[in-house]
Design a protein around this ligand. Sequence first.
Ligand SMILES: Nc1ncnc2c1ncn2[C@@H]1O[C@H](COP(=O)(O)OP(=O)(O)OP(=O)(O)O)[C@@H](O)[C@H]1O
Length: 593
Amino acid sequence: MKDIKQAVIFFSFYLKVYWKALSLGAILTIMATYFQVTAPVYMGKSLTELARFLTTWMNPMTRSTASKEHFYTALLMLLAFYIANAIAMFLSSMLISKVSSEATGQMRHGLFGKLQKMTIKYFDSHQDGKILSLFTSDLDNIFNAMNQAIFSLFSNLALWIGVIIVMFQQNTKLAWVTVISTPVAILFAWFVIKKARTAIDQQQDAVGRLNGFVNEQINGEKVIITNGLQAQSLHQFTDYNKDVRQTTLKGQIYSGLLFPLMQGMSLINLAVVIFFGSWLVLNDGMDKAVGLGLVATFVSFSQQYYQPITQITSIYNMLQLAITGARRLSEVHQQDEEIESENTENLPYIQDKVTLKNIHFSYNPGKEILHDVTIEVKKGEMVALVGPTGSGKTTVMNLLNRFYDVDAGQVLFDNQDIRHVSLQSLRDHVGIVLQDAVLFSGTIAENIKFGQPTIDDQAMIEAAKQAHIHDFISSLPDGYQTKISDENSVFSTGQKQLMSIARTILTNPDLLILDEATSNVDTVTENRIQKAMDNVIAGRTSFVIAHRLKTILNADKIVVLRDGQVIESGTHHELLEKEGFYAELYHNQMVFE
Ligand SMILES: Nc1ncnc2c1ncn2[C@@H]1O[C@H](COP(=O)(O)OP(=O)(O)OP(=O)(O)O)[C@@H](O)[C@H]1O
């Protein structure tokens, strides 16, 4: 029920601007229904007129007065009503399709826009695949439901009500005979739908498990091949696949049962209507020609009456999927956005220092990750953060860029708390080089100039030179215009890293955060990356997350983190002399270098 309420709010929000088109669609549907339910009356009339004509014509006394005029008029009306019905249906469905595609476009836009305002916390805690499925399966389900199911639901409901009204106008007894079996049909349909739904849920779970497995295996293919685990992988796949096959079959059997079941009910009902109709004509003293027409009319009504029940039950799943999709999209819209403080000022350039002051921080309530952390970096200096995995180095970086807000303490640029400056100006001042270099589809030039497309080529080339990647780019046939997404231009991790360093150099950040990434590359590339990093760091206020201690020997200050606490800090030599945790880390690493 809560889902349905949420879906109604969601759809009303996106559909309210289309109220005129939707009202017109509704009027056209009602008109189409009127034509459709009135047509059988003319069919009956034409048969009555034909019977009357034949009776008059077969009697030699009255033959001269026999006329087919009324028969032709009724036939023409029948034809006109069918044509009018087809035109109104066509216009209405075109209108609904237009509204559906435009509204889905708005939903897609709204979703993407919302994601752009979302906190990093959201992306940290939601899998990429799940976010992507909002754009693919959820929006597809919503579009299909709006385009087919909602239109079908409305037009079938209108048809159902219309048929009931016209049937009772035509003949109450036959109308009761036609509708009497409805509760049985709905009960059957309900039972089958419930079974089908459980089976389809199981099928979707099985498909989800299979996809998860395939995704994991593709990502880990190198490990599988190196360890010769292909046969085992295939064996596991066979089990997942079997599960999907079995649940799909079960789901299809139940959902496939619905249509023939309703069709069967409709045919039984038809036989009952013909039987009682003929009985009524023979025993009710009705004019035989009128009676024949009436039975023919109710044969048609009986089919029309069952058609909406069959259609509505068969679109139930489609509607259910759209309701789920609307709930999932609504949940995204309810997520927190990045908090832009009131009275925000622009962050001035650093004059003296950047400080993390007595920081306490937790991602989730009750589990503090950083405990009273204080770190200071003077303008133009480099501070290196070192510590075992999970000690909180990346978390410090997240706080400096205000991806998360601190629980207690302050992040200060000079004496300015970053919660009181605009997010945009903070992000303009801070440049980040991440461990995993991210390149977007487009050319190399577009990637280096990312976010500042108007910058001139000379500055871009200069940045690439400082990042030690210019020579490589120049050696490519298309140089800076080489397409990143091109199948033929697959760049190495090191090359991607250097390009992203060039991008950061070009933004000329006031504060640089560098998540050192030299573990995945060969020694030559590692040296080039190191030189590029030295270039980007030179004279710049910077925080470096160091994984390899030999790269930060020249840092102005090394801060050692353990379990979210600063346990030591000083220069490399000072820390070695202390013979504490850092000295131990350093000696241990040097053994492997
Ligand atoms: N998004 C998150 N939500 C909840 N906990 C998190 C999140 N990110 C990190 N943590 C937890 O915070 C702690 C510190 O993690 P952090 O990534 O800062 O460590 P790190 O020193 O950078 O580690 P590494 O050297 O392995 O990158 C860890 O216990 C980690 O499990």
